[in-house]
Ligand binder design. Structure first.
Ligand SMILES: CCCCCCCC/C=C\CCCCCCCC(=O)N[C@@H](COP(=O)(O)O)[C@H](O)/C=C/CCCCCCCCCCCCC
Length: 218
């Protein structure tokens, strides 16, 4: 079974990811980068438990997480507390490549944008899982969510590789078990709790990026 062999503290738990996304939003609806990154770490833990066929995806996500952690832990870390402060700081200091890749290939803004687009995939995929019937196929749900979101930003070769990985996803029952929540009904209930939070974080970031014309960063 996917996820077997992992020790308790390495095991993915949907509740933990949900708690992390809850911590993401400040009272005035700013997105804390530290918790956003922690949410992604939890999701990557899940992806890693699915086997090496998803390794190229985890590797890219881990690389982006590390870039953001590097900013958070760097000498200007105080500017990276929220996504809002990061955008302000990087734009004011011309630290973002706006039209073509140049001297700032690892800006926080372009790196977060890649994870932000993936968050939309996650939202679409989880909504499909939540409303799925017992015999629904996870690869189909995953591919549909991917085609509606991330795929539009990926070149042919990445889309092809992703399409080859999806059939290796565990079935719905195994998938729900790896979430470590309880019965399928409890998983569905928790997804119902998680989705509005993920959507809110997504929408706040989307609006911020749109407001600053950052949605197509190279
Ligand atoms: C709540 C539990 C259930 C769901 C758990 C899902 C766990 C998912 C964890 C991670 C998701 C993948 C994050 C992928 C980030 C991709 C960022 C990206 O778009 N990178 C590309 C562009 O980067 P630059 O070149 O511009 O720097 C890069 O080219 C991508 C390379 C790797 C391929 C990405 C394919 C993404 C497929 C997404 C579906 C993941 C399927 C997982 C199924 C559980």
């Amino acid at each position: 079974m996917a996820g077997s062999g992992a020790s308790e503290d390495q095991k993915f738990c949907l509740r933990e990811v949900l708690d992390t996304f809850k911590l993401c939003l400040s009272q005035n609806k700013e997105v804390y980068l530290e918790h956003y990154v922690a949410g992604w770490r939890g999701l990557v833990k899940f992806l890693s438990s699915l086997g090496s066929v998803f390794g190229f995806i985890s590797k890219d996500a881990v690389n982006k997480i590390q870039i953001l952690v590097g900013h958070l832990d760097g000498e200007n870390g105080s500017q990276y507390v929220t996504v809002q402060s990061m955008v302000k700081y990087e734009l004011e200091n011309e630290l973002v490549d706006l039209s073509k890749r140049g001297s700032h290939p690892e800006s926080g803004c372009r790196t977060l944008l890649r994870l932000h687009r993936a968050l939309r995939w996650l939202e679409l995929f989880l909504e499909r899982l939540r409303t799925s019937a017992e015999d629904s196929k996870t690869p189909v749900m995953c591919a549909e969510a991917y085609n509606e979101s991330l795929a539009q930003h990926h070149p042919w070769v990445v889309r092809k590789a992703a399409g080859m990985a999806f059939p290796w996803l565990p079935g719905r029952t195994a998938f729900f078990e790896v979430m470590n929540v309880g019965t399928p009904e409890q998983v569905v209930a928790m997804l119902g709790e998680a989705l509005p939070l993920i959507s809110e974080v997504y929408q706040i970031t989307e609006d911020l990026y749109a407001q600053h014309n950052l949605l197509d960063l190279p």
